[in-house]
Design a protein around this ligand. Structure first.
Ligand code: BGC
Length: 546
């Protein structure tokens, strides 16, 4: 790889001269706010970076199939959202409508080709000085047909090579068993998450992972963001399997937006519980690792001081995040969900009542915050995210009543509101008292055409974002939250789901024609930050911190 070394050095040097504030969390490590063995890392997921989608025996997963299919559900999304946000989002939805499921028509077939370039990428991590790396395993690289076929040895070999290399460089692997991907075989045979059969497949797969990698992996996450996967896949239908109904959209494959999210949620909880029970009974004592769950999290600011809007905040958290964290930790759904949904809510699997808490740590993925407005005591005629009964009757959006919560970015859902990090981490800590890892935080931008390479790697806005969110995280830690790690999303620009390759989250820019990686200014910033506040290569896993 040819790096523009001199220009980059010059650029980095001038940043530290021009923007000394860019290392603001603390400027001397002797009083670092981060505890010993704090994990500083970057995060990624297999589908978003690996590419090699049919290489060496890999089978098809739900995202492979979804991104190859012209958008069956996109018309309904287009028409519904067109009406709600008329005038604001036309261009984006036009693209979605014209091109299908992914706005720019791209897919993860090649992505960053990390499967073939992982050595180069581990070099980049080593250069950053991170002591940990959050990654996910590709289910169908390991089990091309789920539990209905053989283990793919080439997939096992690949992850062995990657894990060994990480450990040789002092980088602790933090491994998500599935980051949204499930075998297409499970979808074809029994409708994937809609059937409790998925729990058998997931547990079978997790067993293969623990058996093959558990001697070296000390941090496991069962699944990434069930809330996002199920809201997008089964309520608004914009992600696989593209199911929805009624006022939520007119998905051609069918669906029931008011019921299915809770059915798949139940089946997920069954799968999660079963994996954790397997780990605890068969592996945990011998292998000495920890297991957790990663949730997408948002902070919600009540739109007014009224009691109703404050109660709406609790309902929004209940129906978004606590929907999964409460059963996983306390063995029951949040009371707000029980009160509103009653018997419409499937039971909490018995296994979670036995295991409680079924997780050793909470993975907090946090990017943005929204306002919240009560829709239970007064009608929210404008409609929108969260406003219906099965969403908790709490309207959540970054614009409410003509106000915007924070600075907008190129992503229509991401607004910069660093206070949200402090508030959500404090909220989670006070509610659950379980160790927290910030398993994702970062910001993505659209790249304007016709820029020079220097302009493409000048991401001062990202530095400002990360610095401010880290500052807010430190405030939560000083107030008592037990936070043990921070993973910046992401090491590389990557396939950003339905935004395709158009949105770039990377500390390193990826040229999608040549696949060349070029460090952005934020990479130098994060490197300096870790040098000041980090503790070098990981020496002790979580279990020995206690
Ligand atoms: C997901 C990532 C995604 C990121 C940015 C997270 O919620 O886990 O896969 O790329 O958000 O949108």
């Amino acid at each position: 790889m040819e790096l523009p070394f001199l220009p980059l050095f010059a650029l980095t040097f001038s940043i530290s001269i021009l923007f000394p504030h860019s290392l603001s969390v603390k400027d001397d490590s002797s009083s670092s706010p981060f505890p010993p063995n704090f994990l500083f890392g970057t995060a990624s997921s297999s589908y978003q970076i690996e590419g090699a989608y049919l290489a060496d025996g890999k089978g098809l997963n739900n995202w492979d199939v979804f991104t190859h299919k012209p958008g069956s559900h996109s018309y309904s999304l287009f028409s519904k959202t067109f009406i709600v946000y008329i005038g604001k989002k036309i261009q984006w939805y036009m693209w979605l409508y014209i091109l299908g499921t992914v706005t720019d028509g791209s897919n993860g077939d090649v992505a960053d080709d990390h499967y073939h370039r992982y050595k180069e990428d581990v070099d980049l991590m080593e250069d950053l000085g991170v002591n940990s790396y959050r990654m996910s395993l590709s289910w169908t690289r390991i089990l091309p047909k789920g539990r209905f076929g053989k283990v793919n040895q080439a997939g096992i070999d690949y992850y062995n090579r990657l894990l060994n290399l990480l450990l040789a460089r002092g980088i602790e692997p933090f491994v998500t068993i599935s980051h949204y991907d499930i075998p297409q075989e499970a979808v074809d045979r029994y409708d994937g998450w809609l059937s409790p059969e998925i729990a058998k497949d997931f547990t079978y797969y997790a067993d293969v992972c623990f058996k093959n990698f558990g001697d070296r992996v000390k941090y496991w996450i069962t699944f990434n963001e069930p809330n996002v996967a199920f809201i997008r896949g089964y309520r608004i239908g914009i992600w696989p399997p593209g199911r929805c109904s009624g006022s939520f959209g007119n998905c051609s494959v069918g669906g029931n937006s008011e019921k299915e999210p809770f059915i798949v949620g139940h089946n997920f909880l069954l799968a999660h519980g079963s994996i954790v029970e397997l780990y605890r009974t068969k592996y945990q004592k011998i292998q000495g690792g920890k297991i957790g769950l990663a949730s997408h999290t948002m902070w919600f600011e009540p739109i007014s001081n009224s009691t109703e809007d404050k109660m709406a905040l609790e309902r929004a958290q209940a129906f978004y995040m606590n929907w999964f964290l409460d059963p996983a930790i306390r063995g029951d759904y949040p009371k707000e969900m029980r009160e509103i949904l009653g018997d419409d809510l499937p039971p909490v699997p018995e296994i979670l009542k036995r295991l409680k808490p079924s997780i050793d740590f909470i993975g907090v993925n946090h990017y943005t915050s929204y306002f919240v407005k009560d829709c239970l005591h007064s009608a929210c005629e404008e409609g929108g995210l969260g406003s219906t009964r099965t969403e908790g009757s709490a309207l959540t959006w970054a614009h409410v009543d003509g106000r915007t919560i924070g600075k907008p970015t190129s992503l229509e859902w991401l607004f910069i509101y660093p206070q949200g990090m402090e508030k959500i981490v404090t909220y989670i800590w006070e509610r659950f008292k379980i160790p927290i890892f910030v398993t994702e935080n970062g910001v993505g931008w659209k790249e304007s055409p016709n820029l020079t390479i220097n302009e493409r790697i000048n991401d001062e806005d990202r530095i400002d974002y990360v610095r401010a969110y880290l500052d807010a995280l430190v405030t939560a830690m000083r107030k008592g939250a037990d936070v043990r790690g921070y993973f910046l999303w992401s090491l590389l620009d990557n396939f950003e789901w339905t935004d395709g390759s158009s949105i770039r989250f990377g500390l390193h820019r990826v040229d999608y024609d040549t696949l060349e990686r070029t460090p952005r200014m934020s990479a130098s910033w994060y490197k300096n930050f870790i040098a000041l506040h980090g503790f070098g290569p990981a020496t002790k896993p979580l279990h020995s911190q206690e």
